[in-house]
Unconditional design. Structure first.
Length: 147
């Protein structure tokens, strides 16, 4: 009985030590149920340390999550931040990040611009890019509106 208690104590201590010395990058990401974890730092950076999730090679879309709030950042091919949004459930808002921040619309309806390309889509949100008077514009449709 004493040997089992000793083994349990040793195993618990080793697990605690392994957790303490784990890579800091392992602590910098959280899983959100998708294939890749969302980063918790780097929003606004030109090259955040997270995966590009865009379906369009002209753009990069990066996902972040912190304290239950999801963020998406859109960068162009030169790695310049163009826009970012925050999202909790079906509520989304535009963040003052990127050169196109004033040209992002959160759309509750399902209508689309006549010409536009989906640069990102998942079960919660859709991001559409289109040109208007040769200026980049963005439509973000939260979960219910993008179906």
């Amino acid at each position: 009985m004493a040997i089992q208690a000793f083994r349990f104590t040793v195993a618990t201590t080793l697990l605690l030590l392994a957790t303490m010395f784990a890579s800091p990058s392992a602590h910098a990401q959280v899983s959100d149920g998708r294939d890749k974890p969302a980063a918790v730092t780097g929003l606004g950076e030109s090259l955040p340390k997270t995966s590009d999730l865009s379906s369009d090679p002209q753009w990069q879309v990066y996902e972040f999550e912190r304290d239950g709030i999801r963020y998406l950042q859109i960068n162009d091919g030169a790695n310049t931040a163009r826009a970012a949004i925050g999202q909790i459930g079906t509520t989304a808002w535009v963040l003052p990040i990127g050169r196109d921040a004033d040209r992002v619309v959160i759309q509750a309806g399902a209508s689309s611009p006549l010409v536009g390309r989906v640069v990102y889509r998942d079960e919660e949100v859709e991001v559409v890019h289109y040109l208007d008077s040769n200026r980049d514009r963005w439509i973000v449709r939260p979960r219910d509106a993008s179906r």
